[in-house]
Design a protein around this ligand. Structure first.
Ligand code: SF4
Ligand code: SF4
Length: 506
């Protein structure tokens, strides 16, 4: 199936799902993100440029990582080359480059591991595919470990559960330690430490933005819905991706959270110190960075004396929060034990819908027929609510409570088998646009299927990266740029605010 690009003569291809792509060796060898300059590297305590004894340092770091993380060692030792993962990566399906097969991507690190840390690799490297770390190998690492969005789809199909994402994270951490970091991710981490968010949005500008949104909501609904900032003593601290403060469809989602809190009659606040849920420390594989970014949330919660922490619509932030926050920044024994730490905004909204405090008029979304894109880090690396599978059911329950028309995409493209949007894992940068477009192909194909067969017009998502990526790539496949919506945008459209409750902490 071919789709005409609406703004150019380019034709984006949506091949039949049963077809394997034609192999194109080396097709994506030149796809690589900008290398971080000295200032960005040094701000994170990494060397500013490739260090002199980089081979030795890289092998030393690899040794450190396999000794610290048993899982990494098991993954590097246990692949039997069964081939089950080969056609499961969206970047392989979209590019045909064999080095984008998960097993081949892993082997880029595995062959250096074998050479340096296994008996056979040391004494008979030719027998086990072991190689020295050369500049050519390092160049491949930089290209192909930045063509993995760490989505973990391949691991679902691997009989040994080998997680390529963890191998990619390790490779990126090694590269940072020898002075070859990725500009996009490392620059963003620097901004989080310096200003509080990925955007570098200072507190004054953030306050003005929130006031602007309050006015917009009041004009639209007549209800005095608040978006409080730095309110000491509020019950709930909301930590959300900074995209929620400046772009569509993210902002519409943030307005949805505010309306839900208003309807529920709870006090809440955002924080200028923790004005970012994203944690790019995970993308670069750095435990220390991930911890320091997470500690901002703890500091903000302590300073504002809140009782609960709720995380907004952000895929990888939810993974870090759900899976690691207690280890990274806990214990959170100063919070109210009656609530989970942390809680997802969808859990909160779902609970309020069930209690009846949030009332929804589904007909407000009748101009749309919806589907849902499960974000990788939510689907495969975390849960939601108190039942297994809550990360699949709760978002769908909230969407279905907000609209009348809903159809899922094909089974092998949703839930735990979901396809990445193509821009996750620190790849949402313009110089990787070609890769992002090609990596989005499997998701676009699934969307086309429900558009043609069920009249789907819009796709909802709960991840800031997915929303930003789809806003860019949807038009490349002939869809409307605005076909991507926030789940809380649907809630915002449908919520009935006829009983304003004066309980905001402002
Ligand atoms: S983790 Fe995702 S992006 Fe990385 S190799 Fe596996 S399927 Fe591809
Ligand atoms: S599915 Fe697992 S064991 Fe099989 S080739 Fe892929 S990584 Fe190796």
């Amino acid at each position: 199936m071919d789709v005409q690009h609406p703004f150019s003569d380019e034709t984006a291809e949506l091949p039949d799902p049963s077809e394997m792509p034609d192999l194109k060796a080396g097709a994506m060898a030149e796809s690589k993100p900008y290398v971080a300059p000295c200032t960005i590297q040094e701000a994170l305590n990494y060397p500013g440029e490739l260090v002199e004894n980089w081979q030795e340092k890289a092998v030393e770091k690899l040794g450190d990582l396999v000794s610290r993380y048993r899982s990494l060692k098991v993954y590097l030792d246990s692949c039997v080359k069964c081939g089950a993962c080969t056609d499961k990566c969206h970047y392989f399906l979209g590019t045909g480059d064999p080095k984008n097969m998960p097993v081949a991507r892993q082997d880029l690190l595995r062959k250096v591991y074998r050479r340096n840390f296994t008996f056979a690799g040391k004494y008979a490297p030719w027998l086990v595919g072991a190689v020295d770390l050369t500049k050519e190998v390092l160049d491949d690492w930089y290209s192909y470990f930045h063509q993995c969005s760490q989505c973990r789809r391949c691991s679902v199909y691997c009989p040994y559960g080998i997680d390529t994402a963890e191998i990619s994270m390790a490779a990126r951490e090694i590269m940072d330690h020898i002075g070859v970091g990725q500009k996009y991710s490392n620059e963003i981490i620097g901004k989080v430490f310096k200003v509080g968010n990925n955007l570098g949005l200072p507190p004054k500008a953030l306050k003005a933005t929130l006031e602007g949104l309050e006015e917009e909501i009041e004009e639209e609904t007549g209800a005095p819905v608040k978006l409080p900032l730095d309110v000491e003593g509020a019950d709930i601290l909301v930590v959300t991706p900074s995209a929620d403060f400046f772009a569509s469809p993210h902002m519409e989602g943030l307005m949805g959270y505010a309306k839900v809190f208003h309807a529920a009659g709870v006090s809440w606040t955002l924080s200028s110190e923790a004005s970012e849920a994203a944690n790019f420390g995970m993308f670069i594989g750095s435990y220390e960075t991930m911890r320091n970014v997470s500690l901002r949330i703890r500091h903000a919660a302590e300073k504002l004396k809140v009782k609960r922490i709720i995380i907004g619509e952000c895929g990888h932030a939810w993974r870090v929060a759900y899976s690691f926050l207690n280890t990274l920044a806990g214990p959170f024994d100063f919070l109210d034990p009656a609530y989970p730490v942390p809680q997802h905004i969808l859990e909160f909204t779902h609970g309020e819908i069930e209690k009846g405090t949030v009332k929804l008029d589904k007909s407000k979304n009748d101009h749309m027929t919806l589907t849902f894109h499960d974000s990788c880090n939510v689907a495969r690396a975390s849960r939601m609510g108190d039942k297994p599978g809550g990360q699949f059911e709760i978002p769908r329950a909230v969407i279905k409570a907000s609209c009348n028309n809903y159809h899922d995409m094909p089974d092998d493209t949703i839930r735990e088998k979901t396809f990445c949007c193509g821009g996750g894992g620190g790849l949402l940068t313009d110089e990787l646009m070609d890769l992002r477009k090609k990596g989005a192909m499997p998701r676009m194909r699934a969307l086309k299927e429900v558009e043609v067969n069920h009249g789907v017009t819009h796709m909802a998502a709960i991840c800031a990266i997915c929303k930003a990526q789809f806003s860019k790539v949807l038009p490349m496949y002939g869809f409307d740029r605005e076909a991507i919506v926030s789940v809380h945008q649907l809630v915002s459209n449908a919520i009935v605010l006829d009983q304003p409750i004066e309980a905001e902490a402002d």
